[in-house]
Design a protein around this ligand. Structure first.
Ligand code: FAD
Length: 298
């Protein structure tokens, strides 16, 4: 199997984008390779063309491996792995849902090389890191060359997805150079949970992330994301709207779960679960994540 002819290790965004431009669509961004190379191998065995002229590795770009605070946001570079996310005190304390999500991605070998930006760029609705970032109202910095000049645009994460494994980011010409979100403060909390096949190390049956802010015991703000329950990463807007301003108790939780099961549209997947089973799990994960996030906010 030959997935590529050349492998480049640029150290600046300009160099990386220039390389991509030179290959004119025949080179692709690579980070950890845990999705890209697995897909390339599968395509090869299915008899499809899985050949790139080049892969452009973005994990050696300046600042790519940093998790830093900047302009009131936590900024995560495109070389940051799930292992780094899990180990980061800053993320554990101010974006707990993300630390919890990265902690369950694959096994240690995968987490040591797989990046959070790669998780987003692959655009799967069940991707654990992406589900957590959706609840955190994250943004992605998309860098591209416009008339030989670098353009860096912060875009809401939700605008990056066109369908299952179909990203609005063209990884043959554009790079997600960083992700950012606001760190949670006082009266705020977040949580992530997922249900997985016992023998599984890949994608979950269902994952969910919640972020809350409480004021005088009321849910002042609520964000709920789940996957896979739609072709793209999903925010439960109707359930969020219903819960906002209310005090959580068993009856409210029951009603919220009803709204969530109506607005989420999971599908049956051959290797993981039926849509009926996923529907059954929605209230279970809602209770788990919402109560956990509330405890943390208190
Ligand atoms: C055994 C195994 C278990 C796994 N388990 C899980 C799991 O439990 N949960 C889960 O969510 N995922 C899982 N995955 C999938 C994968 O590990 C993650 O999605 C990972 O975060 C992908 O990151 P990467 O750096 O390896 O991406 P890569 O494979 O390098 O790239 C993935 C895609 O994104 C593009 N890309 C990568 N980085 C960028 C960038 N900065 N800008 C633009 N495009 C980019 C590439 O061109 C490619 O199309 C698993 C994979 C394996 C092999």
């Amino acid at each position: 199997m030959k997935a590529f002819d050349n492998y480049h290790l640029p150290t600046s965004v300009n160099e990386a984008l220039t390389l991509l431009a030179q290959y004119d669509g025949r080179a692709r961004v690579i980070a950890g390779g845990t999705d890209l190379l697995v897909d390339a191998q599968a395509e090869y065995y299915e008899g499809q063309r899985s050949h790139f002229d080049a892969l452009v590795d973005v994990t050696f770009l300046a600042d790519a491996n940093e998790i830093r605070a900047q302009d009131g946001f936590i900024v995560i570079g495109c070389g940051v792995t799930h292992t780094q996310i899990v180990a980061s005190k800053r993320i554990q304390q101010t974006a707990t849902a993300l630390a919890e999500a990265s902690a369950v991605v694959g096994g240690p070998q995968v987490r040591n090389v797989a990046t959070l930006c790669g998780n987003v760029a692959h655009a799967l609705p069940a991707a654990d890191g992406t589900v957590a970032l959706m609840a955190l109202d994250a943004f992605a910095q998309v860098s591209s060359l416009q008339s030989h000049v670098i353009s860096n645009q912060w875009k809401p994460l939700a605008t990056l997805f066109k369908g299952p494994a179909k990203s609005a980011v063209d990884s043959t010409r554009e790079i997600i150079t960083a992700l950012r979100f606001r760190p949670l403060g006082e009266h705020e909390g977040s949580a992530f949970a997922r249900v997985m096949r016992p023998q599984g190390v890949a994608l979950p049956i269902l994952g969910m992330a919640v972020k809350v802010e409480i004021r005088e015991q009321r849910l002042a703000q609520v964000a709920i994301s789940a996957g896979p329950v739609a072709p793209i990463p999903f925010r439960a807007k109707q359930t969020e709207e219903f819960l906002r301003g209310k005090i959580l108790d068993d009856e409210l939780l029951r009603q919220a779960a009803q709204i969530l099961t109506n607005e989420a549209q999971p599908r049956t997947s051959a290797h993981r679960a039926t849509k009926e089973y996923r529907h059954e799990l929605l209230p279970v994960l809602l209770k788990r994540t919402l109560t956990q996030a509330l405890e943390r906010a208190r």
